[in-house]
Design a protein around this ligand. Structure first.
Ligand code: RTP
Ligand code: MG
Length: 140
């Protein structure tokens, strides 16, 4: 399988509870390498733009408010089949449905406050990485 890069976000519910290190350990144990990382606070406008695909969904407003409520850690994960592998490590969107050992099973609070975001396909991964990181921040 090809080496891929994917965009990950450690969400406000997790940064607030000081879980960045524990979540990063899950990525590293799964063979994902953190090749770029920064802690930022999103504005409502930035959160709205990032989640624009969901703008017709009933939870859009709540989701944007949550993502802009406190700092997040945005990161680029690299590895073999990184996009799918990250989704596996994250677990299902709703922690009640997430498999044992996944980040969301262990740490998510609810379907909304679910600790992590991960890109869902190669096209969205490329778009989402360039939303947060410049070429200079991405070492080859
Ligand atoms: P993500 O994009 O954050 O990696 O999560 P995902 O693919 O597993 O889920 P997605 O369907 O893309 O939804 C994006 C985020 O919106 C929030 N959400 N809230 N209240 C609700 O029913 C609801 N459904 C989704 C979650 O924070 C979800 O991760
Ligand atoms: Mg998604």
């Amino acid at each position: 399988m090809a080496i891929e890069r994917t965009l990950s976000i450690i969400k406000p519910d997790a940064t607030r509870r000081n879980l960045t290190g524990k979540i990063n350990a899950k990525f590293e144990e799964a063979g994902l390498r953190i090749v770029a990382q920064k802690r930022i606070k999103l504005s409502m406008g930035q959160a709205g733009k990032f989640y624009e695909v969901h703008k017709e969904r009933p939870f859009y407003g709540e989701l944007c408010e949550f993502m802009a409520s406190e700092p997040v850690v945005v990161q680029v994960l690299e590895g073999e089949g990184a996009i799918l592998k990250n989704r596996e490590v994250m677990g299902a969107t709703n922690p009640a449905d997430a498999a044992e050992g996944t980040i969301r099973k262990e740490y998510a609070l609810s379907v909304g406050e679910n600790s992590v975001h991960g890109s869902d396909a190669p096209e969205t991964a490329a778009q989402e990485i360039s939303f947060f990181f410049s070429g200079l921040e991405l070492v080859g």
